[in-house]
Design a protein around this ligand. Structure first.
Ligand code: NDP
Length: 288
């Protein structure tokens, strides 16, 4: 048996094509394109690459990107003032602050300043609260991407046992809530869970969001289970070359799992896509 590949990259392209058409259709009526503002502070090279990626994706879809790049010396007050301006700007539908921020800046406090209806990352407590309550909201991007991968793969969580390894507010908790909403029976495991492998072996759907390279081996998997690997870890291979791997030991799981996401090319591309989808959703609501 070889696991079915859940191709997040192909799905991301499909959804982005759909968004592009949607934007082109809405724009003549609305008189403007959707706008996304990404705030970046300092010169972290990884962050700069992520921001470029987001801005290019915006352009491809016909969205306007209102990038703001500030020096590492920017103050909390300056950033707060910029967020307030963006909140009030009718051309901006989505706002996000690229993390990590330089030492001394409080990302959480900045998040609270973002208008929840423009919270493109879906991480504002108002949006997380709406998610808990089962109300419409801008959904956190990585978890929303995981749910899209399941939907596209024809994997309905209803009635299934789902185990989420990881309980971060960014990934683990919101994924668990979304799986619960989709009627799975959900267990959230973490670093204090005894006999993690046995807990994971119960899962029909296993989501790994841990940040430990290749931690989830075949002994964690019920034969035929769906495995979603959120982890992105940079390791050095035997030849000394850097390479990206997930939390899941992909190669060794291919004969055990029923369906599996690769890294790269799985959940990662879906995260950016859901950010764009949230911005379009906010645009649609703003102008409805
Ligand atoms: P965090 O470090 O915030 O959370 C990690 C979670 O894993 C914690 O809940 C922790 O438990 C748990 N954990 C750590 N070690 C173990 C262990 N040995 N056994 C069981 N549980 C463990 O990470 P994030 O949630 O932010 O990210 C997780 C991974 O997902 C990372 O690799 C990150 O790079 C990746 N990521 C990928 C994205 C994408 O687009 N694909 C987007 C965001 C993140 P405890 O709470 O007890 O400490």
């Amino acid at each position: 048996m070889t696991a079915r590949l859940l191709d997040g990259k192909a799905l991301a392209e499909k959804i982005q094509d759909r968004l592009k058409v949607e934007i082109a259709e809405l724009q003549p009526d609305r008189g403007r394109a959707p706008g996304l503002a990404v705030l970046m502070v300092g010169d972290n090279p990884a962050s700069a690459a992520y921001v470029r990626n987001k801005e290019r994706a915006c352009e491809r879809l016909g969205m306007v990107s209102f990038g703001q790049h500030l020096p590492a010396t920017a103050t909390q007050a300056e950033l707060t003032a910029i967020i307030h301006q963006l909140n009030a700007d009718p051309n901006v539908d989505g706002i996000l602050v690229q993390l990590p921020l330089p030492e001394g800046l409080d990302g959480n406090a900045l998040l609270l300043e973002i208008d929840p209806d423009k919270d493109a990352d879906g991480l504002h407590p108002a949006n997380l609260g709406r998610l808990v309550r089962g109300e419409p909201c801008l959904r956190s991007c990585t978890p929303a991407g995981v749910m899209e991968i399941l939907r596209d793969g024809g994997i309905d969580p209803a009635g299934k046992k789902a185990v989420v390894v990881g309980r971060s507010i960014l990934v683990g908790k919101p994924i668990a809530l979304m799986l619960l909403e989709a009627n799975a029976t959900v267990t959230i495991a973490h670093s204090r869970t005894p006999d993690l492998a046995a807990v994971c072996r119960e899962a029909d759907i296993l989501v790994a969001a841990v940040g430990r390279p290749l931690m989830i081996g075949p002994d964690y998997i019920k034969p035929g289970a769906t495995v979603i690997d959120v982890g992105i870890n940079r390791i050095t291979d035997q030849t000394g070359k850097g390479k990206l791997v997930g939390d899941v030991d992909f190669d060794r799981l291919l004969d055990v799992a029923g369906a599996i996401t690769p890294v790269p090319g799985g959940v990662g591309p879906m995260t950016v896509t859901m950010l764009l989808a949230n911005t379009v959703e906010s645009y649609r609501r703003r102008l409805a």
